[in-house]
Write a protein that binds this ligand. Structure first.
Ligand SMILES: NC(=O)C1=CN([C@@H]2O[C@H](COP(=O)(O)OP(=O)(O)OC[C@H]3O[C@@H](n4cnc5c(N)ncnc54)[C@H](OP(=O)(O)O)[C@@H]3O)[C@@H](O)[C@H]2O)C=CC1
Ligand SMILES: CC(C)=CCC[C@@H](C)[C@H]1CC=C2C3=C(CC[C@@]21C)[C@@]1(C)CC[C@H](O)C(C)(C)[C@@H]1CC3
Length: 421
């Protein structure tokens, strides 16, 4: 029988409960526009207001909205193309499994091909770099309406389809966290689509537009710093789509509902905030020595090896514990029948994937030099996000695994950084 979903108690509410989430609903878009404006201002000071505000008309254009809707429709069409394998997600509370298409990397290839053809035919992609403000407004409005739709839709599904944490009964809190775990139209999974497709590829496309604009300005090649930032971030996007299946064991898919936090995160925050380093470099060029560039590349490789190794190890183990690559690892049994890895990457710290991700985040910012704080915004935000995420995950794992989780914490005492945290 389907297990009934009970509302979380006030003590279990996350992000500061209704007040905290109401504040985030306002603060996230305000931070976004503050950063976009600051990045294009001369002083580019993270801690003061941009010297002059553009007219209100600079924040909105119907062309930008149409372009965004076209992009969403285009990516949705690619998602639906019957290419590649289909995989099964984790067992749900009603004991069923959802099916997910694994065609993300092919969609990236097709997108790259079409963009390449467009560029060869004279597509002025660099112009996108002057449309970021109205595009970000259009994406924010779209994310807001999508979240409203998702919130209303969640009242039409059975309790077993709700996320563990998003049905407190408080409309603001539930709107922010998302009530339904896997909202779908037939086989079209809205959360899985948004998590990996339009935002991530949009981020890579914005970076490319900024790089092209910089190259045009320099009448030839982009700077080394811009080249490194774009290449590092493109690798991150391509990696996420190549290992698409691994997203099915992340907190976003297995625990969090689909609400404003993820809709805004996926469609707005990722493309417009994660491209801040490239935006900064277009407006504030930086010279980079080859040895420094080499050291930054090494940092990126170290981060990537840890990030990918840890995520793939956990994903393989969760999907098939007898896979030869993980079968020899030491584990702790839990009362749920699932085991916890206690050696390999997951025996180093309790969140080795966060460690790798943070190292990469630093490598993305360093090419921007050390004269400004703004390119490091992503790194500081990411430290806060991952520390908070780790805390949320610990709480959930303690609930899920009880004594076995305590034993894991005893055997692996550090959370993210060995011997430090
Ligand atoms: N770039 C960005 O903005 C962001 C990137 N990320 C990245 O996304 C990736 C996924 O992160 P996230 O979803 O937060 O968390 P994880 O992928 O680490 O998933 C956490 C889950 O993994 C399982 N788990 C934890 N410890 C063990 C263990 N020892 N053995 C086996 N399973 C274990 C538990 O679930 P269960 O036991 O139920 O399987 C736990 O709930 C990370 O690399 C992170 O850095 C995350 C947020 C933002
Ligand atoms: C408060 C606030 C701004 C919340 C939004 C957070 C979101 C931006 C992130 C939550 C988890 C994410 C993940 C990725 C992107 C950022 C968000 C949506 C991810 C898709 C990036 C690529 C990785 O390889 C990944 C697939 C592991 C990762 C999954 C989590």
């Amino acid at each position: 029988m389907a297990q009934q979903q009970t509302a979380p108690s006030p003590a279990e509410l996350e992000f500061g409960g209704p007040l905290g989430t109401a504040a985030l609903l306002l603060l996230l878009p305000l931070t976004l526009f503050h950063l976009l404006l600051t990045c294009h201002s001369g002083p580019c000071s993270l801690l003061s207001l941009p010297p002059e505000l553009p007219p209100l008309s600079a924040f909105w254009s119907s062309g930008a909205l149409l372009l965004l809707l076209f992009w969403l429709g285009f990516q949705a069409t690619l998602y639906l193309l019957p290419m590649g394998q289909v995989t099964e997600g984790r067992m749900l509370r009603d004991k069923s499994h959802l099916q997910y298409p694994l065609n993300g990397f092919r969609c990236l290839g097709l997108t790259a091909l079409l963009v390449g053809l467009g560029l060869a035919g004279g597509l002025p992609l660099g112009n996108l770099s002057e449309m970021l403000l109205p595009l970000a407004s259009a994406a924010t409005v779209t994310a807001f309406f999508l979240s409203l739709f998702l919130y209303l839709k969640s009242f039409t599904v059975p309790p077993s389809a709700l996320a563990p944490g998003g049905n407190s009964g408080n409309p603001v809190y539930d709107f922010f966290l998302g009530r339904e775990l896997n909202p779908r139209f037939g086989s079209f999974d809205l959360k899985y689509f948004c998590e990996l497709r339009p935002g991530l590829m949009g981020w890579a496309l914005i970076n490319l537009a900024l790089l092209l604009r910089e190259a045009e300005r320099q009448r030839g090649w982009p700077s080394l710093a811009m080249g490194l930032v774009s290449a590092f971030q493109f690798i991150y996007v391509a990696d996420a789509l190549w290992y698409e299946e691994a997203v099915l064991t992340t907190i976003d898919i297995i625990h969090d509902g689909f609400g404003f936090m993820l809709a805004f995160g996926d469609l707005v925050w990722v493309p417009f905030i994660y491209s801040l380093q490239a935006q900064f470099l277009l407006n504030h060029p930086q010279a980079l020595d080859l040895p420094v560039a080499g050291a930054i590349c090494l940092l990126k490789v170290i981060g990537y090896v840890i990030f990918r190794g840890a995520n793939s190890q956990k994903n393989t183990f969760r999907r098939n514990p007898s896979d030869p690559s993980v079968a020899g690892l030491e584990t702790i049994p839990t009362a749920t029948g699932r085991h916890l890895l206690v050696s390999g990457w997951w025996g180093l710290v309790r969140h080795p994937n966060y460690l790798g991700d943070l190292i990469m985040a630093l490598a993305w910012s360093l090419p921007c030099g050390v004269t400004h704080l703004l390119p490091y915004f992503y790194f500081f935000y990411f430290v806060i996000l991952l520390v908070h995420r780790e805390y949320r995950d610990e709480r959930q794992c303690l609930q899920k695994y009880g004594l076995a989780w305590r034993e894991y914490c005893r055997r692996v005492p550090y959370r993210i950084v060995p011997y430090i945290y």
